[in-house]
Design a protein around this ligand. Sequence first.
Ligand SMILES: [Zn+2]
Length: 345
Amino acid sequence: MRKIVLKFMVLQIPTSPLSVIDTRLMLITYFVLALLPAIEQLFPNAEHMYSIRHIYQNMRIIFKTTEYKEYFWRCATATTIPEFESVMVELKNYDIEAYQWLLKIPPHHWARSHFQIYTNCYFLNELLGRAISDMLLNNLCEVFNSKLVKGRDKPIISCLEFIREYLMKRVYNVMKVLNKCQGPLTPTGTRILEANTTLASKYHAQWNGGQKYQVKGPWNQHVVDMEKRECSCRKLELTGIPCKHAMASLNEMADNNEKVGEPYTYVHKVYWIDTWKEMYSFKVEPIKGRAMWPKSDCPTTLVPPPHNKAIGRPKKKRRITVEETIEIQQRKRQSNNQIQIDNET
Ligand SMILES: [Zn+2]
């Protein structure tokens, strides 16, 4: 249980003195229902998500097939409640038992359509709102976990030294990447904004003469409020990046000779290179070797706890699930195919 509790991630720390201390926290844990009361008690205002990989693993153990994966993934990634409900109905028609099993897990713990958006005003949301995230997996945490594999079986001081040195290198490596970036957005922010700009060309935005636009396209129709920076598809509020509907509205505003400015100015500051540079401006200080450390005045001699060596070689790597093994094999196959195509052309 201790290990599971430690696997949560804090995605954004509150910066405003007006914000309630944990309204801007998002915790992502393994799928363990027993964690619910503990987290509700400790962080009553925080959002608590289950990593959907772990929900799906449980689902696969019970229903012994991968056929539900597509339904489950579509349910989790739908950003509006009607979209979510329509996929749930499809799952119900396909297998009512799987549907009833999934129904028992409250959707606000795993489905984007039920992630909370606290206010309906962009500027209030900036001040009091939720963390800017639509994450469904705890990959971020897994990456750090895998980096600590070599350090975590060391004695506590050496283990902490390992983490400190890793963080020192990490800050430097991120700074190297940031210095190469052209900006003004991070590579992820730039990629998403460019993709949405391309898709926006397939949409037509109709201005209502106020602040709202009705945006119609080949796949759907939504309402964008440019003053509140909201779209009824909810992607804009969830990610902080203008969705294809918002981009179509911006194009329409420009066509109407309104002062629009650069599209990146509508992207949340968490994706700005300047914000990242500020975050990584705090460095981990190098320290001198142990021989140079001051001697402790503590009269007590600290004795290490008795150590019982377990039989066999200790396992360091996380056990990979069947699902992950299939994914790795698929990725290898795709990469081999790509190499083959590249060699042939
Ligand atoms: Zn939208």
